[in-house]
Ligand binder design. Structure first.
Ligand SMILES: [Zn+2]
Length: 212
């Protein structure tokens, strides 16, 4: 599949497909890069492997969280920690967009969180936000079909139907502003939990990002 066809045309044309302008360092032990990068939903698909409802939920939820944490618009991927559930889909998007890594303790897994639900911390300001999907967008038809597949009792066409329902949900989310599909709350007193992975060391490559 070529880059240009990673997203179906109907999705690429939706008016609120999220995009993310991010800043990183220029190199290992480098200072901040003066340039920024744009991460698109197609990039998320390239990393995660497929387009799905969970990917789009995570993209929309984190778009809303970043709007709260980075009102200036540029997301600093050296400055974020995140808590997500252990969904392959949402967890991948959280890692890619925040720069947080489970192996450095900055991406924490909390199995009590739902799909499209994240707690995001901006280290330099200490701000923590909790974002979750607005119940108004709950995709009951997707969940019903997912449970059917997970029961193991399904026909081949049920897999196809599940794919269609997920993509329709993704399209609905990308057709409205992220703020319409999410609920964002500040958590000023949130106590950040201990890492869920064994301590294998911390991230070092950004250590000198602010050096003259
Ligand atoms: Zn997925």
């Amino acid at each position: 599949m070529t880059t240009s066809s990673l997203l179906p045309d109907w999705l690429a044309r939706t008016p609120h497909l999220p995009e993310f302008q991010v800043r990183d360092t220029l190199h290992k032990y480098g200072r901040y890069d003066a340039r920024t990068k744009i991460i698109t939903v197609a990039d998320l698909v390239r990393f995660h492997g497929h387009l799905c409802g969970g990917l789009m939920e995570a993209a929309v939820a984190l778009r809303a969280a970043f709007d709260a944490l980075f009102p200036e618009g540029v997301i600093d991927r050296t400055d974020l920690s995140v808590i997500s559930n252990n969904s392959a889909c949402g967890g991948d998007v959280a890692a890619y967009l925040t720069g947080a890594r489970a192996r450095f303790g900055s991406h924490i897994i909390d199995l009590s969180l739902g799909g499209g639900e994240f707690i995001v911390r901006r280290a330099s300001t200490g701000q923590v936000v909790h974002v979750r999907m607005n119940p108004d967008v709950y995709p009951s038809e997707v969940k019903v079909q997912m449970r059917k597949l997970e029961s193991g009792d399904f026909a081949p066409e049920d897999i196809d139907l599940f794919g269609e329902l997920q993509w329709a949900y993704a399209g609905r989310l990308a057709s409205r502003p992220a703020s319409d599909s999410t609920l964002v709350d500040a958590l000023p007193d949130f106590v950040w939990p201990e890492p869920t992975c064994q301590d294998l060391g911390r991230r070092r490559d950004n250590d000198f990002k602010d050096r003259a």
